[in-house]
Design a protein around this ligand. Structure first.
Ligand SMILES: *[C@@H]1O[C@H](CO)[C@@H](O)[C@H](O)[C@H]1NC(C)=O
Length: 453
């Protein structure tokens, strides 16, 4: 017996990696988007003969963000492609990159996750190589094609460290435009290792919104659309979305053809999960609504100053995060924390009250779509509470019928729905919400149709 036990233990131990592997594989093997990759390779601008003959000018930002959520990547690539457009250079677009492993998958949350997804799986339009309407600026190219037409010896490397990275959006873009105008090189590569083109606060505040008037009429935003893969997921779920006119679900929404509204539908962004940790931190940092969520024309304002609480830098280092000052009244602190949670991580009763108020302002609303990463049991309780309050139906991210290529871009699918909803109720601290608000404003939907929790 006692000879056997250690051996058994060893066998059992050696089983653990096998069991883990089986667990990971059970969650499925993600798609490789070979079809979308091939589509990108065959974009008309990816013709070496023509590109060489025309001596097109390119700009690439190889130190682009990776390993971040879709909306941080989207914010950055829209801004960089706008700088490229303003400078008359073709933008070099990149894969949505989760990891630089030289493998198609990595492991995340006990499941396989694609290391790279071609950008055209998420978006179409000028940033992803789509046509630039009425513009002399050449179409964006993929980083793969860049390697072909711009081999290392042809690249001129310039540094972002000299740029006014703390300036307002329009000043920043103007600087890049002037700076690049003097350069005749076909292949410009921007080195951001020392300093990025914009600092980490840029997308959080008014320096970005100052850019909106020019950005929104440029092809970058005016011709932005979700990818056909994303729009196909909307069409597939027509029965859940119930458009007045079903063909409207196929329409990509450009300003020439604004998105047909899903009337009667309010889309609400309820991010939970990591926000349970994040929202209390936002209170301690004294954060306000991010970027496009702070447009002056939006009806719902966030004002933590009303509680007479003060914040101080957490350390003497420049640019340090804030924290609550030591001399605050504990009662006021409690109030301000509750205020942040109500607008960032509302409980079910608070969501019901909020949606009731939004329906009072928009009496045609009948159905709710929830963009969420919440557990289904929580959404079940929410559905019950909302039905009791007179809502006809609740549909959530989890109800969507998606194939494997669609499910890895499901965040974009959610966003396309929110972009078309009659009213959108966002989370003011979220970049996903900020991007939806930006798109709705760019398509000319009223500011009043964008609300916050
Ligand atoms: C690339 O462009 C050239 C010149 O316009 C054309 O002859 C050739 O067929 C194109 N190649 C491809 C693969 O489309």
């Amino acid at each position: 017996m006692h000879m056997c036990t250690p051996r058994r233990l060893l066998v059992l131990l050696s089983m653990i990696p096998v069991l883990l592997l089986v667990g990971v594989l059970l969650s499925g093997i993600p798609p490789r988007y070979k079809d979308v990759r091939s589509y990108e390779r065959h974009l008309p601008q990816h013709n070496t003969t023509e590109a060489r003959a025309e001596r097109r000018k390119y700009i690439r930002f190889p130190d682009h963000l990776w390993g971040h959520g879709l909306n941080n990547i989207l914010q950055e690539s829209l801004l960089m492609s706008y700088i490229a457009y303003a400078s008359g250079r073709a933008y070099v677009f990149e894969d949505y990159t989760w990891s630089h492993l030289p493998l198609p998958y990595t492991i995340y949350d006990f499941a396989l996750r694609p290391t790279r997804i071609p950008l055209n799986s998420f978006i179409s339009g000028p940033t992803a190589g789509g046509p630039m309407d009425n513009s002399h600026v050449p179409r964006a190219i993929s980083s793969e094609f860049w390697n072909e037409v711009c081999p290392p010896e042809k690249r001129r490397i310039i540094h972002a460290r000299d740029s006014p990275y703390e300036a307002d959006g329009p000043v920043l873009v103007e600087w890049w435009k002037d700076h690049l105008a003097g350069l005749e090189d076909e292949c410009i590569e921007v080195d951001e290792k020392e300093r990025r083109v914009v600092d980490k606060y840029f997308f959080g505040g008014p320096r970005l919104t100052a850019l909106f008037p020019s950005l929104s009429i440029s092809p970058i935003l005016a011709s932005f659309t979700w990818s056909p893969l994303v729009l196909s997921a909307l069409a597939r779920n027509f029965a859940l979305l119930r458009p007045t006119n079903p063909s409207s679900l196929f329409a990509s929404s450009t300003p020439q053809a604004p998105p047909p509204i899903l009337s009667g539908l309010v889309a609400i962004h309820l991010r939970r999960g990591d926000y349970k940790r994040h929202c209390p931190r936002l209170a301690a940092w004294g954060s306000t609504y991010m970027g496009f969520n702070s447009f002056p024309s939006l009806p719902d304002k966030f004002d933590p100053m009303q509680f007479n609480v003060t914040w101080q830098p957490a350390s003497p280092a420049p640019g340090a995060d804030l924290q609550f000052a030591d001399n605050n009244d504990p009662e006021a602190l409690k109030k301000v924390e509750a205020y942040y949670l109500e607008h960032c991580l509302p409980d079910i009763d608070q969501v019901v009250v909020r949606l009731r108020k939004v329906r009072e302002d928009n009496p045609d609303l009948r159905r709710v779509y929830v963009l969420t990463n919440a557990w289904s049991w929580w959404l079940g309780s929410l559905a019950k509470a909302l039905k009791k309050d007179g809502w006809e139906e609740l549909v959530t991210t989890l109800d969507m019928e998606l194939d494997s290529e669609q499910s890895w871009v499901s965040m974009a699918v959610d966003m396309a729905i929110a972009e078309r909803a009659e009213v959108f109720v966002g989370n003011g601290f979220s970049s996903l919400t900020a991007n939806i608000v930006m798109l709705r404003m760019a398509k000319g939907l009223t500011a009043a149709s964008n609300r916050f929790l």
